[in-house]
Design a protein around this ligand. Structure first.
Ligand code: CTP
Length: 400
């Protein structure tokens, strides 16, 4: 099934060197059966001519907010009503800033304000501009609003710099974008996801925890929602907001997470255990703050084992499709396979945490999906993109 067939797609092109790739995006959208209308900013016209995009899309390219001819036909309100989805590729730092602050001083930003559906952005800019704290703030605002962000990728840039900021390749953009319409993939499915760290208290002010940021689990929740699933997210303490539409259950300890998972798993088709659950907790909890002045104090903390939540799920009679994560510093594949069989899982996501650029607490990840049939490597990329690929694989398994 081609999810882009018969869809009205408005492609926004803004002024960056990657604008030449928008011609390929128009071609792919058309090939997939979409109707395409292109809106360009003034600076985009410096990089690629409207005529090229007009010829490829088969429609007049618009760029003027106050174009008398345009207002008679497809003005910004009409274009916003016409589109099923908007894709802006490339999206410059300036465009991100405009959209984040809700400005509408040109045709594309006005349409984006008037449009009520999903807007997808493929950022493209110099690596220093991408790293800038203001861009970071803008991205956070956009993600928490109606925007999906694809990429950017890393590598050598047109200006000679190396780093994050390159626009993703057109085929990568199209494959993420088409997920927006693949509502059938996880439609009517309930997905349970655990995310983040747990906190194991020692006394009222101290606890044992780990470096998990929850980003991978939250990205999986977002990708599941986008695929049409009903999502319950059981989360340890993290600093990110849950995507709108998920049922969020906040817990602190491994024991609370165990209880919450066991409660919700009964109604779930899939359980993805991405949480970094503490394997051990202090044997006892001191109600009073442990004082330094207590000279008799034995400063070692006796520990006791927590229940393995995923293993408990694997032992259930009518268990859902079970997905575990294997966070490993060595023998990645071998250890992941051991966990797959020991915990009776359907799939394990092997995650090399010895590489500090990926995995724990970072924005990017690189994983291998393993079960008895496959070893599927998902190359390094933003956690959202990796999450979409994991969800795509799981949904294929559920329907096959
Ligand atoms: N897990 C769990 N409950 C625990 C520990 C882990 O549900 N008490 C889950 C994690 O969410 C993950 C999988 O089990 O999906 C593997 O976790 P990991 O920490 O990699 O492995 P452990 O089983 O804890 O084994 P080890 O620490 O020895 O590597």
């Amino acid at each position: 099934m081609n999810s882009l067939a018969n869809k009205n797609i408005l492609l926004g092109v803004t002024g960056g060197i990657a604008a030449y790739k928008s011609a390929e995006i128009v071609r792919s959208l058309k090939k997939a059966g979409s109707s395409v209308r292109v809106v360009m900013t003034k600076s985009a016209e410096e990089f690629i001519t409207p005529l090229t995009l007009q010829a490829l899309s088969g429609n007049k390219v618009s760029s003027e907010l106050l174009d008398p001819e345009s207002e008679l036909g497809m003005g910004h309100i009409e274009l916003a009503k016409w589109a099923d989805a908007i894709l802006i590729a490339p999206a410059t730092a300036n465009t991100l800033a405009k959209l984040a602050s809700g400005r509408g001083d040109d045709l594309l930003s006005s349409i984006s304000l008037a449009f009520e559906g999903p807007i997808s952005l493929a950022p493209a800019m110099n690596q220093a501009m991408w790293k800038d704290s203001r861009t970071e703030e803008n991205i956070k605002k956009l993600i928490n609003s109606k925007f999906q962000i694809y990429g950017p990728g890393s590598g050598e840039q047109a200006c000679g710099d190396v780093g994050l900021g390159r626009m993703l390749e057109p085929d990568e953009i199209i494959s993420s974008f088409s997920l927006l319409f693949e509502e059938g993939l996880l439609m009517n499915k309930s997905i349970l996801i655990s995310a983040g760290p747990t906190q194991e208290p020692i006394d009222p002010v101290r606890y044992i925890t780990n470096k998990s940021s929850g980003k991978m689990g939250y990205s999986l929740a977002q990708a599941s929602l986008e695929a049409g699933a009903k999502v319950t997210l059981i989360s340890g303490p993290v600093n990110i907001e849950a995507p709108e539409g998920v049922h969020l259950v906040k817990i602190k300890t491994a024991e609370e997470m165990h209880e919450a998972v066991m409660h919700h798993i009964r109604n779930s088709d899939v359980f993805i255990s991405s949480a970094a659950v503490a394997d051990y907790k202090p044997e006892s909890f001191s109600k009073e703050k442990i004082k330094k002045s207590n000279k008799d104090l034995d400063i070692s903390i006796p520990m006791t084992e927590n229940k393995d939540i995923l293993k408990s799920a694997g032992e259930m009679e009518n268990k859902p499709y079970l997905v575990g994560f294997a966070a490993e510093t060595n023998d990645l594949i071998k250890n992941a396979k051991l966990k797959l069989s020991k915990k009776k899982l359907d799939l394990i996501v092997a995650n090399d945490i010895s590489n500090t650029e990926i995995g724990f607490d970072s924005d990017e990840n690189e994983v291998t999906l393993i079960n008895n049939e496959i070893e599927l490597f998902i190359e390094k990329g933003p956690k959202k993109r990796v999450a979409s690929k994991i969800i795509q694989y799981i949904s294929e398994q559920l329907t096959s």
